[in-house]
Design a protein around this ligand. Structure first.
Ligand SMILES: [Zn+2]
Length: 156
């Protein structure tokens, strides 16, 4: 499971990889795992965690709202599963007339499901295909360090 969180502050792009195994906190305070340096973000805003190959976000702030797709506001300690491309908005969303103003920071969650298909490597000597877990070719004993690594979904 590979996932990235991207955000933008004053036209500057930021991104952070999510480690998968352990939960991470996001927020303004520099003790957070992912620091989002904006006054609109709570000191400790949210927690992201992975369960059964899906990422979830949990709202940790009582004061600074966290929105999913600009529509659903997570309650305090509320948790929601994230889909690839999910838009998160931190901060205050106000509706003035028909215009929604966002005093906010927007984040995007991107996940890449890596299927459990093992990558293959082609032996540079006998050209047999082997799992990348091998160090030496099981057919001819040649080191696979110089073998050709094949793309993830190569069929032969
Ligand atoms: Zn070989």
């Amino acid at each position: 499971m590979y996932a990235v969180l991207c955000w933008e502050i004053l036209q500057q792009q930021f991104s952070a990889c999510l480690p998968g195994v352990r939960p991470v906190t996001i927020g303004r305070r520099d003790t957070c795992d992912i620091v989002i340096n904006s006054p609109m973000v709570a000191a400790e805003q949210a927690q992201l965690f992975c369960r059964n190959d899906r990422y979830y976000i949990r709202q940790l702030s009582r004061n600074v709202p966290l929105w999913l797709q600009n529509e659903y506001e997570l309650p305090y300690r509320g948790t929601v599963a994230l889909r690839d491309g999910a838009q998160l908005t931190i901060g205050t969303v106000r509706t003035i007339g028909s215009v929604r103003t966002l005093g906010t920071v927007r984040l995007e969650y991107r996940s890449m499901q890596i299927k459990a298909v093992p990558r293959k490597i082609r032996c540079s000597h006998c050209e047999n295909l082997l799992d990348v877990t091998h160090e030496n070719c099981i057919w001819c004993g040649t080191s696979l360090a110089f073998g050709e690594l094949l793309p993830l979904h190569a069929s032969t």
